[in-house]
Design a protein around this ligand. Structure first.
Ligand code: NAI
Ligand code: MG
Length: 513
């Protein structure tokens, strides 16, 4: 008998398309009464298809090798606190083996290879990353806690884009620097943080390799899994052995790289504290150094800004990736006339952010990366309260296990408060006011950092006037946290020096004299 209701029809191309699919569940049953807001049915990513090995070794000279001391440390899922795997801990002997492999590969293969051949390897790597993007996104989310929609839609596309972008430059270096003869620096030591594990690896590896350098890379101790998966991709791409070596471990492993006498360049992204230590220990060695450190960016909303858009941008600027972003807009400066409206919009909007299982495609805010980072966020928020600020937080329930912090903002903050001066690296915004553009500038520039800033206004002239006077390496206007491989990124003052991305990112890996 013929069914009465047709639930699917044949499209003109012959594929089955749902005719009524979205309304198959009655509207009232899809809406749970969650603080009066919309809630979605769970939509977890399929993690079972991507099993994680119980142990991860070091990647030296094209092979996975057991660490010299035979020691391993656990890597956990910060959303569940469950151990995912054991990661090899590299000591000075392992780092020495990695540097020797990189030096051999530089002298015998990579440094001599015609640039267009190097480019082909990079293109191949970029394409394999695209093919495995889903798997890499799932692993990134499980190991680091960031929502799958960010690892899938932001991190991975940018990772591939960086490899493609610098692959394109490999055989065009002499056009990048007219009149110069760019030559590689040699062996680069690269130390990266846990907030964008694969993306930071791509930012560092792609330009270094394009310019003919070989690399010893150290991922952060809480997020090493995807870097080691990348090592397998290098094997698959046939990258000559020793061109990239990956040593895992914590600060001591990083220090062994920094202090190795046969390293020509160190590129570091992480805390200002460790950046200063590295700068001190490298002083006088003649090694090249670039540092990408913390930030305390101001997002500045003028009275003439489109307020709904501005609030969306501010939300993206601070709650994106749980605020684990060096360029996060962690200070909001609002012109007095719109202060009350902006705060109300913020309060309403954060109630709709979904916090929870990072593998759920609906999740906006995932897990804080580690217990240590959660403690740091809590301590800094408490200092704000002790100094007289008021905390506004969402009322959502947080999972019982794992490391979580609800989206929050502090009002009544003054510029002397620690929350207005120190990097919080969590989903917590400090809100302050200003009256005139001059006052906004003075306040925005009043931190030890100078990485990024945001301007929200209807007037183009105001954007240019402000941008010229803001001490920040990256300035977004009427948007925030937008990235492109062609656009250089880096800071002033205690945010470090040197640029990554674009042509300046190439210059950081070439001798141009
Ligand atoms: P961290 O600076 O200790 O870690 C970053 C990387 O440096 C990791 O790979 C780590 O193993 C390595 N490292 C640590 N000590 C080292 C040493 N002495 N020599 C060489 N390498 C070393 O950062 P941590 O402790 O994970 O986070 C602390 C704070 O730093 C955060 O709360 C945040 O404010 C800031 N941070 C900023 C980042 C950025 O992107 N600018 C990234 C990570 C943290
Ligand atoms: Mg982990």
């Amino acid at each position: 008998m013929k069914a009465k209701t047709q639930v699917a029809k044949i499209s003109t191309k012959g594929a089955l398309v749902p005719a009524l699919a979205p309304t198959a569940i009655p509207l009232k049953d899809r809406r749970l009464n969650f603080g009066g807001k919309w809630e979605y049915a769970p939509s977890p990513e399929d993690a079972k298809s991507y099993p994680i090995a119980l142990r991860h070794e070091l990647f030296i000279n094209g092979k996975f090798v057991v660490p010299a001391a035979g020691t391993y440390f656990p890597s956990i899922n910060p959303a569940t606190e469950q151990q995912l795997t054991e990661i090899a801990e590299a000591n000075a002997a392992d780092v020495d083996a990695a540097v020797k492999a990189a030096r051999r590969a530089y002298d015998r293969v990579w440094g001599k290879m015609p640039a267009r051949e190097r480019g082909k390897y990079l293109y191949r790597i970029a394409r394999i990353i695209q093919e495995k993007a889903r798997e890499l996104a799932v692993l990134e989310t499980i190991d680091g806690g960031k929502p799958i929609k960010e690892s899938r839609d932001v991190d991975l596309p940018l990772v591939a884009a960086h490899f493609f972008y610098y692959a394109g430059w490999a055989d065009k270096l002499k056009y990048a620097f007219p009149g110069k003869t760019p030559r590689p620096l040699g062996v680069a030591g690269q130390i990266i943080p846990w907030n964008f594990p694969l993306l930071m690896a791509a930012w560092k590896l792609a330009p270094a390799l394009a310019c003919g350098n070989t690399v010893v890379l150290k991922p952060a101790e809480t997020t090493s899994i995807t870097a080691l998966r990348l090592a397998q991709i290098f094997q698959e791409a046939g990258l000559p052995e020793g061109v990239v070596n990956i040593v895992t471990g914590a600060g001591a492993t990083g220090a062994a790289i920094v202090n190795h006498p046969d390293i020509n360049k160190i590129a570091f992204t992480g805390s200002t504290e460790v950046g200063k230590l590295i700068a001190r220990s490298m002083a006088g060695t003649g090694k090249h150094l670039t540092l990408e450190l913390g930030g305390k960016a101001a997002n500045i909303i003028f009275e003439d800004a489109p307020l709904d858009q501005a609030v969306e941008g501010v939300i993206a600027g601070i709650y994106f990736n749980q605020g684990h972003v060096c360029c996060a807009g962690s200070r909001l400066l609002v012109q007095e006339g719109v202060y009350a409206r902006v705060v109300k919009k913020l309060r309403d909007r954060i109630q709709t952010l979904r916090v929870g299982n990072p593998l759920d495609k609906n999740t906006d805010i995932g897990a804080i990366n580690s217990a240590g980072q959660l403690a740091r966020i809590r301590e800094l928020v408490q200092s704000g309260l002790d100094e007289g600020a008021t905390l506004q937080q969402t009322q959502c329930a947080l999972p019982a296990r794992g490391f979580w912090y609800p989206p929050s903002f502090l009002t009544g903050v003054t510029h002397a408060h620690r929350v207005a001066q120190e990097e919080i690296f969590g989903p917590v915004l400090s809100v302050m006011t200003f009256r005139t553009p001059e006052e906004a500038l003075e306040r925005a520039n009043n931190t030890p950092y100078g990485l990024s800033a945001g301007i929200w206004t209807d007037k183009g002239s105001k954007i240019f006037k402000m941008a010229a006077k803001l001490n920040a390496g990256v300035i977004w206007a009427n948007c925030y946290n937008k990235f492109d491989p062609a656009s250089p990124f880096g800071g002033y003052k205690e945010s470090g020096f040197g640029r990554e991305g674009g042509l300046p990112g190439l210059a950081a890996y070439c001798r141009l004299d």
